[in-house]
Design a protein around this ligand. Sequence first.
Ligand SMILES: NC(=O)c1ccc[n+]([C@@H]2O[C@H](COP(=O)([O-])OP(=O)(O)OC[C@H]3O[C@@H](n4cnc5c(N)ncnc54)[C@H](OP(=O)(O)O)[C@@H]3O)[C@@H](O)[C@H]2O)c1
Length: 298
Amino acid sequence: MTTIAVAGATGNMGGRIVAALTGRGAQVRALVRAGAAGDKIAKLEQQGVEVARVDMADPSALAAACAGASCVVSALLGLRDVIVDAQSVLVDAAASAGVPRFIPSDYSIDFTKLAGGGNRNLDWHSEFREHLVKTPIASTSILTGMFADLLLYGTPLLDRKAKRVSYWGDADQRMDFTTMADTAKFTAAAALDPSTPAILCAVGDRITARELAGVAGDVDKTQYELVRAGTVDDLTTLIKTVRDASPETEKENFPRWQGMQYSRDMFDGRALLEPLANDRYPDLKWTSIRALLSAPRR
Ligand SMILES: NC(=O)c1ccc[n+]([C@@H]2O[C@H](COP(=O)([O-])OP(=O)(O)OC[C@H]3O[C@@H](n4cnc5c(N)ncnc54)[C@H](OP(=O)(O)O)[C@@H]3O)[C@@H](O)[C@H]2O)c1
């Protein structure tokens, strides 16, 4: 049986990837840091997952934990010390253990098309990628755009209480969204596919702000207001103002200004995903924004 090692298996995305891998019949080894919560480990073990508690800063312990896997999948989340430093130790350990393939914790818009310096978190993904491509291991970045699930939590882009869609720049700019569940299933399929390219893109839905207002209005059976907040450059100025005013938020994974940076890079259109490999695994079905918004709310 094929063994896939998953780092970050105790997290939201990692847990979904683990479930998708076991659903595809893979043996999963969760690489879990020593201090991970007992209930999260118990949940993994209940799914038949082998749990390797390991010091993520110890290269030889990590290499031993990776040995025998055909792919190491990362779903780590954190600041630079995690995305750049911990993932670098992880991929080096995987390579030294002879693991042939690695999937980094990207799951994002196409950060390789961004200029750099404008999106803190994605700059770390780029910095890690520079290390990754020099490592003697084949790698595949899974890029699926913004997690569509975030639209359910009340963002400025889609405010279902106020029945309003707010956008910056062009109401007809297309943007990429994929649910976490679909991203996890795609990642699991890619982890078990020995011939993936360096970057594999897919999107659940590609939609403009204007279309989003129409879809949300249909689903909620009401008229949505479509509001232009300003130009994309105005948003860049606002991001700087918000960030400068809250230096303490630099330690947060997703401060408000980081979400704004992500939105700006979507409204700007540069980070659209291509080519799309939605049909690469024919058993996978993709969730549209309409289907997501129509699903009963929990
Ligand atoms: N496209 C989008 O819109 C979008 C949105 C959100 C997230 N993402 C991406 O999705 C990925 C995962 O996010 P998530 O929401 O699933 O994160 P999450 O639920 O917070 O899980 C993070 C995982 O990383 C582990 N971790 C954190 N710091 C670590 C360290 N120093 N050493 C070892 N393990 C560590 C955590 O382990 P413990 O359980 O031990 O803490 C946990 O398993 C990230 O790549 C993120 O950028 C994308």
